[in-house]
Design a protein around this ligand. Structure first.
Ligand code: HEM
Length: 504
């Protein structure tokens, strides 16, 4: 009997400590009422599990700072630019272990997930090479892949079929990343069944599940489902082969090709083979579908605004002149002022890294925007989707308006109201790479083609799994439960600028 009492009392104390006390101590923070065991999980799973959309409703109700509970874990969501600056720049609090552990099966201790103590040195070493020379190489490498993309679109116009633009764009950016970053070709544009495409897709989805179900998976240390194990196995094997090929490369080949990311990783002190594999996986995953989905959202928006399409085409055609080439030069990309505004407005309205950065406070803090006290160890989320829809800084946020990014309007705005690439020491290292790649690609696409949606605009919904992509729905699911989605069906029509290229 005594034993039973001991078990009961211990269990009750544990329950109080895990489920009741934290909620009571944080009762001063507004937010939806959590249920005792699940917290706010059931509300968060509404809207197709696309949490950033649910956050918008919470913000309207509770303001710029609110808390949510995932089972017994508290997350404070902030979206005021003053608070964001304080958390991610002034204090630069470390990434939360939820984030690092959830991504670790693939990203290991790569730049995205490595702890604060090692991050600075690693980042400095890699950043040195993310300079203009590197972007020029990107530009050169893109030619081959861009020609494949353009000729695929040309064939589609001849067959008078619609295409899933997002699918094509994602294979394209993956091939560009492989070529520019690691000097290899995955050729997923021409071989859609290449295992690496599917592995990247599956790992993104599974790592997102890790993050969402963190409180449960953490209890059992379950960060690697069989699907994730398989997918990371494929990516790691691919990375090992790339490293092996580089190590056995002849001196002659070495001198003939430009320096790339892999050279940088191989030259870095204290970077074990496991860490090099982690970096390759990190850059492969962080560096391709972010850019492709943003290009897809841009096409989606411009399809609904023919006047914007016309302005883009006018700008691109003027710079193109009557030359016969597939792409603009490196310098000319810098002249695409209007297209650049459309790109930024797309990143504003459809930030692919929608849930943003997740940090953990290592001291108590008082938020500058409202004076609210947050205790040490609180997890803080900065959902970019929410930040970019704050009407105080982005009036009429659902309207797609590239003019928000004129120099004058940008100067008037709070510098931390735009978070597409985050800010501070852990912002996106690839933002200039992504922007250059997108502007080069989009200028060619709009010079040679016109795009129209092959579905109703309202049928395209945001689908969220680490990144937020457009999706019109599931088309099939295989025996392993892996779903195939049509993301952005479009009709592509050739413009008369295509004529001289057809003759080549
Ligand atoms: C439209 C395209 C892109 C968007 C919107 C984007 C967005 C972001 C954001 C919001 C972060 C911060 C994540 C966090 O705090 O947890 C980030 C980090 C990162 N991004 Fe990007 N990204 C893009 C393209 C790229 C590309 C092309 C590369 C590689 C060439 C890349 C590599 C990385 C890496 C390695 C980090 C971690 C940086 C660090 O912690 O030091 N990204 N990105």
């Amino acid at each position: 009997m005594l034993q039973l009492w001991i078990v009961l009392v211990t269990f009750s104390c544990l329950f109080l400590y895990v489920f009741i006390l934290p909620k009571w101590r944080n009762r001063h923070i507004p937010g939806p009422r959590p249920s005792l065991l699940l917290g706010n999980v059931s509300e968060l799973s509404r809207q197709g599990g696309t949490a950033p959309l649910v956050f918008e409703r919470f913000r309207k109700q509770y303001g710029d700072v609110f808390q949510i509970w995932s089972f017994y874990r508290q997350i404070v969501v902030i979206s005021h630019p003053d608070d964001i600056k304080y958390i991610i720049v002034t204090k630069n609090f470390p990434k939360a272990e939820e984030f690092n552990l959830s991504l670790s099966p693939l990203a290991g201790r790569g730049l995205l997930t490595v702890g604060k103590s090692q991050h600075q040195e690693r980042r400095r070493a890699i950043s040195k090479h993310f300079n203009e020379d590197f972007l020029r190489q990107l530009h050169r490498h893109m030619r081959v892949e861009l020609m494949i993309l353009l000729s695929k679109l040309q064939q589609v116009t001849e067959r008078k079929e619609s295409i899933d633009f997002d699918k094509e764009a994602t294979s394209y950016t993956l091939d560009v990343m492989c070529r520019t970053g690691f000097g290899c070709t995955a050729n997923t544009q021409e071989d859609a069944s290449h295992p690496i495409s599917r592995a990247v897709n599956v790992s993104l989805r599974e790592m997102y599940h890790n993050l969402v179900a963190y409180p449960i998976r953490n209890c059992f240390g379950l960060y690697s489902s069989p699907a994730l194990k398989n997918a990371t196995g494929v990516i790691r094997e691919f990375a090992s082969q790339v490293i092996e090929a580089r190590r056995t490369e002849s001196e002659e080949d070495k001198t003939r090709r430009p320096l790339d990311l892999l050279d940088i990783f191989l030259k870095m002190d204290n970077l074990s083979d496991q860490n090099i594999i982690a970096e390759i996986a990190t850059f492969l995953v962080a560096g391709h579908d972010t850019t492709s989905h943003t290009m897809s959202w841009l096409i989606y928006e411009v399809c609904q605004h023919p006047e914007i399409e016309q302005k883009i085409q006018q700008e691109v055609d003027t710079i193109w002149g009557d030359r016969q080439d597939w792409m603009l030069s490196f310098e000319e990309i810098g002249q695409l002022e209007y297209l650049n505004k459309v790109w930024k407005e797309t990143l504003r309205k459809h930030p692919v890294a929608a849930t943003g950065t997740l940090r953990r406070l290592d001291t108590d803090v008082t938020l500058p925007s409202c004076g609210m006290l947050l205790r040490k160890n609180t997890a803080i989320l900065v959902p970019i989707y929410l930040v970019h829809r704050n009407p105080e800084f982005w009036p009429d946020p659902e309207t797609f308006e590239p003019e928000r990014f004129t120099r004058e309007n940008t100067m008037k705005r709070h510098p931390f109201a735009f978070q597409a690439f985050s800010n501070g020491p852990r912002n996106c290292i690839g933002q200039f790479f992504a922007t250059h790649e997108a502007l080069t690609t989009l200028s060619s696409l709009y010079h040679f083609f016109t795009f129209r949606l092959a579905c109703r605009a309202e049928d395209v919904k945001p689908y969220h799994a680490m990144t937020m992509k457009p999706s019109v729905g599931k088309v099939s699911e295989d025996a392993k439960g892996v779903s195939e989605y049509v993301k952005l069906p479009v009709w592509v029509t050739p413009r008369n600028t295509m004529a001289h290229l057809r003759e080549e």
